[in-house]
Write a protein that binds this ligand. Sequence first.
Ligand SMILES: Nc1ncnc2c1ncn2[C@@H]1O[C@H](COP(=O)(O)OP(=O)(O)O)[C@@H](O)[C@H]1O
Ligand SMILES: [Mg+2]
Length: 251
Amino acid sequence: MSVILELKDVTKAYDAFKVVDGFNFKVNQGELRCLLGPNGAGKTTTIDLITGRQKSTSGTIIFDGRAITSLREDKIAKRGVGRKFQVPAVFKELTVRDNLRVALNKNTDPFANMFRFGRKEGRERLQEVVELAGLQDRLDELGGNLSHGETQWLEIGMVLTQDPKLLLMDEPTAGMTEQETQKTSEIFNRLKGKHTLVVVEHDMAFVREIADVITLMHLGKTLAEGPMEEVENDPKVKEVYLGSEGITDAA
Ligand SMILES: Nc1ncnc2c1ncn2[C@@H]1O[C@H](COP(=O)(O)OP(=O)(O)O)[C@@H](O)[C@H]1O
Ligand SMILES: [Mg+2]
């Protein structure tokens, strides 16, 4: 399996405080990796560093065979890194279908857009995204009438219109009901293989449903990495969550 994303000794410091501290991280093509860890571990900062929203103090980030460490955020996005933000970017007054159309046509390079999505390809991509995000029954609904969960799925669909090779999501199930979380795990399981995903998540039941390998971050570094059962039973991990119910209690 080939590595699509690699962080080598990446550090993000604020004065003397290293939020991300010599972090090493490798994700294979098509993998769904969950990034866990207590509050303040450096998870969101890591996502920001990968997307270029923040710049690292030192270290190298390689994506799809090339260093992206010092590239601008929009250039990194163009290379195929997509991100779902927590604050919804859905247009309330547009239907689900039109929200997806707007997202599909949103491309900073009009020529790239023209060649990538001609009329037919555009329609096909839209249909594919609708199925992946499970929005078939809601296409004519206005964005403003969607439930919290549906809004999140539409957002995922909107990011998917750009066909990102790597998709980053920070706490995608926050605020979702149990059923919505369940449906989200089905969406993620459909995305696996074709897209590479890095998901920051606290809901352990959800992580169990979707992840093959998890990386547990603590104080800006990897504390443990491997299959869920292995990480859960790691004495170092138990120590970090001491006094709580264990990893399950992470918030
Ligand atoms: N601009 C900043 N200046 C100083 N410290 C920051 C800044 N942004 C984040 N931090 C600190 O970095 C740490 C890691 O934050 P974050 O990446 O959001 O962690 P997580 O997402 O794992 O909860 C926290 O202790 C936070 O207070
Ligand atoms: Mg965070």
